[in-house]
Design a protein around this ligand. Structure first.
Ligand code: IPE
Length: 257
């Protein structure tokens, strides 16, 4: 078996983002198949999409405890929705014979952002974690994004070869908003300082959209690890990205490159 690759399956890729708790089973199955065909040891971090952002937004869970609101039922509900999404992922992996184990972050992580606390769980097969509502020392709870999980796994695990962000709807980071973009608008190599018009549906998302991925990607890259963002709707691109072959997408370089 080759080295380790940490891959994020974006929530907008594996769910239908505008319809509460609906999975994109076709995409999940195709990503699972890609994993079964890969020669690498994998850590999969998956996002939330419509299983997390909508309720988290409505009950302002990213802000922590707000006394005037009754948030307890919403915390439990988002955690249980995330467990159901995770079950779709785990079932798809099992169906193609991938031995995987999932570690819900609210059981082992505390705090949000890149400096959350907790020992990163790792499994001898495929390790699976996801964005979640986690305990927080000051705010009582908060939302830990999968983008922070991929940063920490990529930089702290031994032998990580690269980090891959598989996203939905776009081929990578684009110079112009996706609805106006043609193939020439794909930024093939991005580093902080290069401007782009990222779409961030802040009316839906409680975490950071493509901007957060780009920022976390650059931090990973600063640690000497290759980072690539690819359109996860094309399984062959995802596999090529995992294996380190050249592929349509955006390579993210560190701020110092
Ligand atoms: C968000 O996780 C978690 C919740 C809203 C519970 P991510 O930030 O990793 O999710 P996506 O990829 O944007 O959906």
């Amino acid at each position: 078996m080759g080295g380790t690759v940490v891959i994020k399956w974006g929530g907008g890729l594996i769910t239908h983002k505008d319809q509460l708790c609906t999975v994109n089973s076709e995409v999940i199955q195709s990503l699972a198949k890609v994993c079964s065909n890969s020669s690498k040891r994998l850590v999969i971090v998956h996002g939330a999409g419509s299983f997390g952002h909508m309720k988290a937004k409505k009950f302002r869970l990213a802000e922590g405890r707000i006394e005037s609101m009754n948030q307890d039922a919403a915390i439990e509900s988002v955690r249980s929705d995330m467990k159901s999404l995770n079950k779709f992922v785990m079932d798809a992996l099992e169906q193609v014979g991938v031995e995987a184990k999932s570690f819900p972050p609210h059981e082992w992580a505390t705090g949000t952002g890149p400096n959350f606390e907790g020992e990163l769980p790792i499994y001898h097969g495929v390790t699976v974690v996801f964005g979640d509502v986690v305990p927080h020392k000051e705010k009582e709870f908060g939302i830990l994004s999968g983008d922070d999980l991929i940063l920490r796994y990529s930089t702290e695990l031994e032998g990580v070869e690269r980090a891959v962000f598989a996203i939905g709807g776009v081929d990578g980071i684009l110079r112009v908003p996706p609805e106006n973009a043609g193939p020439e608008d794909l930024i093939e190599e991005w580093h902080p300082g290069v401007e782009f018009k990222g779409e961030h549906a802040s009316e839906i998302d409680v975490t950071g959209g493509i901007g957060l991925k780009a920022a976390r990607g650059a931090e990973i890259s600063e640690n000497g690890i290759d980072v690539i963002l690819v359109n996860g709707e094309y399984p062959n691109r995802v596999l090529a990205a995992i294996e380190g072959e050249s592929v349509i997408g955006t390579r993210i370089l560190s701020g110092n490159s």
